[in-house]
Design a protein around this ligand. Structure first.
Ligand code: B12
Ligand code: SF4
Length: 471
C-alpha cells in the first residue's frame, strides 16, 4: 500500500514540537508499504500543499495525526476544528483514498470528531499496533472489527470497538527516525524522549489516560539512555523533554532512569512533568544529579476542596512540600494552576492566587479551565465562556501578587515575538526556565538580562549549564 502520513499540527507555541506520535506510528509499519510524511507545521498554504502531495504520491490510504484540539492558551478550540474540517475537505477533493484519523487531539473526543469530520476510520489512543493492524486488514480485505479502539461508520452511525488489545511492548518499538524532520523544530534545541507510557492516577478532568491508558509500561533504563545518546548523535540536541504524562511516578522507575543517566554520563539538561505524589528528597537529589533543568507540575489549585473535587490525590500541603524539596535540591519547578474548574467559585480562585503568591515557586503558569467538548458549542459551553471571563478579571486584578507567573491569555510574561528573538539569539530549552534570570523584564528584556545573572534572593548551580545562577 502507498500511505501518506499527515501531521496536521500547526501550533508553534510554546515551541514547535516534532510530530512524535505520527512518526511513531509510521515507524511500526512493515517495510513493504511505501510511505511519506507530510508535515504541515511550517507550511504557508497547508491545504494547497496537501492537495499537491496527494496528486504527486497517489496514496491508497491517508493517515492524519491530530495532535491538538485546544490551542496553546487552552482558550480557543474553534480554529483547530475549522482547520481540520478544511483539511479533510481538501483531501477529499483530490482523492478517494480512505482517511484514518488518530493522535492525542483525536483521542480526547473521538466520537464527536468522527461525526463532525467524517473520516473513514479513527484510532483512539496508541496507534503503534492498531494502525499496522488496520492497514493489514484493509490490504487483505479481512474484517476490521477485531481491532481495539477503532472508530468506523456503519449505517451512517459511528461505531467504536472495545478492548485494549495486546499490551504494547515499548522496549521493542523502533526509535522513529528524525532524518526528515524539519530543522526548524530544533531551533529550541529540544528533542523529545519517552521513558514510559500510562498514568494510573485519576484526576477528574484528565484526558491523558484516554491516550496512553492507565497501566504503566516502563522503558528499560538502559534502552532509554541508549535512545538519548543515539538521538543526541543525530541532531544538535541541547535539551531533552521527557514526554511521559508524569515522569516522577512511579518513583522507583524515575530513580532507576536517573541513576542510569548518571552512570552513563549524560550531560544534556532535560525537563519533565512531575507530581507531588511519592516525590521525596532522594528523587529530587537524583534528578538534580542527572541533569534535570526543570520540572513542570500540574498543581491545579491551592484549595483542598478543589483538589479533592478534581481527584488529584494530593493536598495543598503536598504542593508546598514538593516545592520545598525542589528548592532544597536545586530543581526549578514550574507549577500549572488551572482556575475556574467545574464547581469552583471565584472566592476559591482568589484563594488559589494567594496560595501561588505564598508558594513563590520558580515559575508558574496560570490558565483558565476550558473543556475540550466546548469545541462543539451549546448553552453549557457559552456559560463556561462567561465564567472564564470573570476568572480572567480576577487574575488580572491581582497579577502583582505573583510576578513569575505566565498568564498567556492576558499576555502576562508571554510575548511570542520576544520568544522568537530569544531563540534566534541562542536561548535553548523551555523558556520558563529563564524567567527569574530576566526578572520582570522577561517580556522585552535584553539578551544579557535573559542569559545573565541578575536578581539576588537565591543562588545555586544551574544543572543545565553547569554555571551558577541567581534567582
Ligand atoms: C509532552 C507533551 C507536551 C510537551 C511537548 C514537548 C516535546 N518536546 O514534545 C509540551 C509541554 C511542549 C506540550 C505543549 C502543548 N500541548 Co501537549 N502534551 C504532551 C503529552 C504529555 C505527551 C505528548 C507526546 O509526545 N506523547 C508521546 C507520543 C508518542 O504519543 P502521541 O503523540 O499521543 O502518539 C500516539 C497516539 O496518539 C497515536 N497517534 C499519534 N498520531 C497518530 C496518527 C494516526 C493516523 C494514528 C492512527 C495514531 C496516531 O499513536 C501514537 C503512538 O502510540 C500529551 C498528553 C499525553 N499523555 O499524551 C499532551 C497533549 C498532546 N498536549 C496537548 C496540548 C493541548 C498542548 C498545547 C496546545 C497546550 C499548552 N498550552 O501547552 C501545546 C502545543 C504544543 C505544540 N507546539 O503543538 C493536548 C492535546 C489534546 C487537546 N486537548 O487539545 C494533550 C493530549 C494533553 C491534554 N491536555 O489533553 N505538550
Ligand atoms: S497525574 Fe497528570 S497525567 Fe495523571 S491523571 Fe493526573 S493530570 Fe492526568
Amino acid at each position: 500500500m502507498r500511505i501518506g502520513f499527515v501531521s496536521a499540527n500547526r501550533e508553534v507555541l510554546p515551541d514547535p514540537v516534532i510530530p512524535l506520535g505520527v512518526m511513531s506510528v509510521m515507524s511500526t509499519l512493515p517495510e513493504r508499504h511505501e510511505k511519506e510524511l507530510w508535515d504541515l507545521c511550517f507550511s504557508t498554504d497547508p491545504l494547497a500543499e496537501i492537495r499537491a502531495r496527494i496528486r504527486e504520491f497517489k496514496p491508497d490510504l491517508l493517515a492524519i495525526g491530530l495532535r491538538n484540539l485546544q490551542n496553546n492558551a487552552y482558550s480557543d478550540v474553534s480554529n483547530n476544528l475549522r482547520y481540520y474540517t478544511d483539511l479533510i475537505g481538501a483531501v477529499r477533493m483530490v482523492t478517494r483514498a480512505p482517511i484514518v484519523l488518530g493522535g492525542g487531539g483525536f483521542s480526547v473526543a473521538p466520537e464527536a470528531l468522527m461525526a463532525h469530520l467524517k473520516p473513514d476510520y479513527g484510532i483512539v489512543g496508541e496507534g503503534d499496533y492498531a494502525f499496522p493492524g488496520l492497514v493489514e486488514r484493509l490490504d487483505t480485505g479481512a474484517p476490521i472489527d477485531d481491532i481495539p479502539n477503532l472508530c468506523y461508520f456503519s449505517d451512517r452511525e459511528v461505531h467504536r470497538t472495545l478492548g485494549s488489545g495486546a499490551p504494547i511492548d515499548i522496549n521493542n518499538l523502533p526509535i522513529p527516525t528524525r532524518d526528515h524532520v524539519d530543522a526548524r523544530y530544533y531551533e529550541a534545541g529540544i528533542e523529545s524522549v519517552q521513558s514510559k507510557r500510562g498514568c494510573a492516577l485519576r484526576c477528574d478532568y484528565c484526558t491523558y489516560p484516554l491516550i496512553e491508558g492507565r497501566s504503566y509500561r516502563l522503558k528499560d533504563p538502559a534502552r532509554f539512555v541508549d535512545e538519548m545518546i543515539e538521538l543526541g548523535r543525530r541532531r544538535a540536541v541541547t535539551h531533552f523533554f521527557i514526554v511521559d504524562s508524569v515522569f516522577t511516578i512511579p518513583p522507583t522507575h524515575a530513580k532507576a532512569i536517573c541513576r542510569e543517566m548518571i552512570r552513563r554520563g549524560i550531560d544534556t539538561p532535560w525537563t519533565c512533568y512531575g507530581n507531588p505524589i511519592g516525590f521525596d528528597a532522594d528523587l529530587a537529589q537524583l534528578m538534580n544529579d542527572a541533569g534535570c533543568a526543570g520540572i513542570e507540575v500540574g498543581s491545579d489549585s491551592g484549595s483542598d476542596r478543589v483538589l479533592k473535587n478534581l481527584h488529584k490525590g494530593f493536598t495543598a500541603a503536598s504542593i508546598q512540600n514538593f516545592h520545598a524539596l525542589c528548592a532544597a535540591k536545586g530543581l526549578k519547578d514550574c507549577h500549572t494552576f488551572i482556575l475556574g474548574t467545574q464547581g469552583e467559585t471565584l472566592d476559591e480562585v482568589r484563594a488559589t492566587l494567594r496560595f501561588v503568591a505564598d508558594l513563590n515557586p520558580y515559575a508558574c503558569i496560570l490558565s483558565v479551565w476550558n473543556d475540550d467538548n466546548d469545541i462543539f458549542g451549546g448553552k453549557a459551553a457559552e456559560e463556561r465562556a462567561q465564567f472564564r471571563k470573570k476568572v480572567l478579571e480576577v487574575i488580572s486584578a491581582s497579577q502583582d501578587l505573583f510576578p513569575y507567573s505566565v498568564v498567556q491569555e492576558l499576555g502576562i510574561l508571554f510575548d511570542p515575538l520576544f520568544f522568537r528573538l530569544l531563540r534566534r539569539r541562542g536561548v535553548r530549552g523551555p523558556l520558563w526556565q529563564y524567567i527569574r534570570n530576566a526578572g520582570l523584564s522577561f517580556k522585552g528584556g535584553s539578551h544579557d538580562e535573559i542569559m545573565g545573572h541578575r536578581s539576588t534572593d537565591r543562588h545555586r548551580r544551574d544543572v543545565g549549564t553547569g554555571r551558577d545562577v541567581h534567582y
